[in-house]
Design a protein around this ligand. Structure first.
Ligand code: SF4
Length: 484
C-alpha cells in the first residue's frame, strides 16, 4: 500500500480547524501526523466524540506502518522499536533507530554497579546525545528467585527498559509478574511455550519476543499469538556465527523485512531482533585468539544488523567500562544510518563565540556542513581555547568537497567576513582557514583585506597550531608592511 497523502488523512479528520491540537488547521495536523510529530490521541474530537469513532479507526488503519511499532519499558526511556515504512533508508527515512540492549546475568556480582553505569552512559557526537536503550537480563543462574530478585533490582535502580531472557517459562513469568508494571519484553515464546507466555502477555498487555530459526514456524507462531490477542510481537529468527552463517542470519532478517514492508504480510509485520551476544555461547570458541578478536566478531555482527535496520540488538560486549570502544563504534554507525536523509546536514552561517576571546583571539573559518562545524566547535572547546568561529555558507558541503566544488571560495568567505562584522570583535585582521583550503589563501587576502594563516588539515590539531604558530602581532606587522 503506498504511503497515504496528507489529503487522505485530512479526509477523515473533523475539518473544524478548532486549534485544540495546537495546530491552526486540520490540514497542518494531517501533514504532521504522517511525520509522526503528533498522534491520533492529540485530536480531542476524534478521541472523545463517539460519532467520530469510525473515522478514528480509519485514521489508525491508514497511518499504521506495515511493520508495526512495539514499545518496551515505560516513561522517558521507553524504547520504541520497528514501525518502519520502507526497506531502504533513502526511500523515505527510518523512524526508529536500532535499540541497543546490553545483556546482564542475573547472578552477576557487580549487577548494581553495571546497571548504574549503563543507565548513565552518554556519548555526545555532532550535537546529539547517544545513549543505550535497555538491558537484557539473562537467567544464567537457572533459578527463578534469582531472576526475580535481579529484575526487581534493575527496575528499582534504573529506568532502562528490561528484556527478560530465558526459555524456562516458569522462571520467565515468575520474574515478569514482579516487574510487569515496567512493561518488560518477554523473551522468548517458542513452539513449546507460546500459549502460556501469550496468555500472560494478553493479561498484562506486555510485548513478547518469538523465537524460531525456521521462518515458517516463526510466522505461524506470530499468527497464533495475534489470534490469542497479543498486541505487540518482536521476531527473532536466530543469530548464527561460523562459516557461512553470517549470510544465513542476514538473509533471514532481510526476508522478514521484505515480507513485512513489501508484501505487507501481517505475520511478519513486527520489529525484528538479533542477538550478536550469542557469539559467546559457541562451544568451540577457541582460545588462540585475543579477547578483542572475539569481541570484534560480535561487534561486526551488530554493525551488520544495524545497517539493515534490525530493530533491536542484544550485545554482551559493552557491559564494562573498558569496552566502550565497542559501543562507540555501534552508536556512531547507528547515528549515521538513522539520520533523516531528507534533512540537509547544514547549520546556519554566522559567527560563534567560544570561551572568552580577547581582542587578539584567533578567528577560525569553517563550512556550514553540520559534520564539520560541530566537530570543529567541539575541538575548540575541548582545547579550552577562547576564539571566534566563522561559519561560511557552503550549501552544507564539507571543506574538501566545497573547495573543489567552489562553494568554499575567497569571495564567499570575504562576504561572510563583512556580513557578520567579524573584525569588529578583535584588534587584528587575521583569518585562520582550514589546511584543506590552503590554496584560497592568496585570493582571500585580497578579497577580505586580511592576513590569512593556513591552519591544520584536521581541527584536532588546532591546539598544537595555536601553541606553535599563532603569532597575531607578527602577522599584523607583516600585514601593515603590505603595499595597499
Ligand atoms: Fe482539526 Fe482535531 Fe486539530 Fe481541531 S484538534 S484542528 S479538529 S485536528
Amino acid at each position: 500500500m503506498p504511503r497515504p497523502s496528507p489529503l487522505e488523512v485530512y479526509a477523515v479528520l473533523d475539518k473544524s480547524n478548532c486549534k485544540e491540537c495546537g495546530y491552526d488547521t486540520c490540514m497542518a495536523f494531517a501533514t504532521d501526523i504522517l511525520e509522526r510529530k503528533v498522534r491520533v490521541q492529540d485530536c480531542p474530537h476524534l478521541m472523545q466524540d463517539p460519532k467520530q469513532a469510525k473515522n478514528r479507526d480509519k485514521l489508525i488503519k491508514l497511518i499504521t506502518p506495515p511493520q508495526k511499532p512495539v514499545i518496551v519499558g515505560i516513561g522517558d526511556r521507553a524504547a520504541i522499536i520497528g514501525g518502519e515504512e520502507v526497506l531502504m533508508r533513502h526511500q523515505l527515512t527510518f523512524y526508529n533507530q536500532t535499540a541497543i540492549f546490553i545483556e546482564i546475568a542475573d547472578d552477576d556480582a557487580d549487577l548494581e554497579e553495571t546497571i548504574k553505569y549503563l543507565t548513565a552512559l552518554k556519548l555526545e557526537r555532532i550535537g546529539e546525545v547517544l545513549t543505550l536503550d535497555g538491558v537484557a537480563l539473562r537467567n544464567v543462574s537457572g533459578d527463578k528467585e534469582q531472576l526475580k530478585l535481579a529484575a526487581k533490582k534493575i527496575a528499582d535502580l534504573s529506568n532502562l527498559p528490561i528484556m527478560l531472557c530465558t526459555f524456562n517459562v516458569d522462571n520467565l513469568l515468575f520474574a515478569a509478574e514482579a516487574i510487569k508494571d515496567k512493561r518488560p519484553l518477554l523473551y522468548a515464546a517458542t513452539k513449546d511455550s507460546w500459549e502460556q507466555i501469550g496468555k500472560f502477555a494478553v493479561q498484562y498487555n506486555l510485548p513478547v519476543a518469538v523465537f524460531s530459526n525456521n521462518l515458517d514456524e516463526l510466522m505461524s507462531l506470530s499468527a497464533t499469538l495475534q489470534k490469542l490477542g497479543v498486541k505487540e510481537i518482536v521476531l527473532d529468527s536466530g543469530t548464527f556465527f561460523g562459516s557461512g552463517n553470517l549470510s544465513v542470519t542476514y538473509n533471514k532478517i532481510m526476508q522478514l523485512r521484505s515480507s513485512a514492508i513489501v508484501k505487507e504480510d501481517v505475520n511478519a509485520g513486527w520489529p525484528i531482533m538479533g542477538v550478536p551476544a550469542v557469539y559467546w555461547n559457541q562451544e568451540n570458541i577457541g582460545d588462540t585468539k585475543e579477547l578483542w578478536e572475539h569481541q570484534f566478531q560480535e561487534i561486526i555482527m551488530g554493525a551488520i544488523m544495524e545497517s539493515i535496520d534490525t530493530n533491536l540488538i542484544v550485545l554482551h560486549t559493552g557491559q564494562k567500562k573498558e569496552e566502550i570502544w565497542a559501543l562507540l563504534a555501534l552508536m556512531t554507525l547507528r547515528q549515521s544510518v538513522f539520520s533523516d536523509p531528507r534533512i540537509y546536514p547544514a547549520v546556519d552561517a554566522g559567527i560563534t563565540k567560544i570561551g572568552e576571546p580577547d581582542e587578539m583571539a584567533p578567528i577560525f573559518v569553517t563550512s556550514n556542513y553540520r559534520m564539520t562545524k560541530i566537530p570543529v566547535e567541539q575541538d575548540l572547546q575541548g582545547a579550552n581555547l577562547s576564539c571566534w568561529l566563522l561559519v561560511v555558507d557552503t550549501e552544507g558541503i564539507g571543506i574538501e568537497s566545497a573547495v573543489a566544488g567552489g562553494q568554499f571560495n575567497a569571495g564567499g568567505i570575504a562576504e561572510a567576513v563583512k556580513e557578520f562584522k567579524v573584525f569588529d570583535n578583535v584588534k587584528h585582521r587575521v583569518l585562520v582557514i582550514p589546511g584543506m583550503a590552503a590554496r584560497l589563501s592568496g585570493a582571500l587576502e585580497d578579497e577580505a583585506d586580511a592576513f590569512v594563516v593556513v591552519g591544520p588539515r584536521d581541527s584536532s590539531g588546532i591546539l598544537k597550531f595555536i601553541e606553535t604558530q599563532w603569532k597575531p602581532e607578527d602577522f599584523m606587522k607583516e600585514y601593515a608592511s603590505w603595499e595597499k
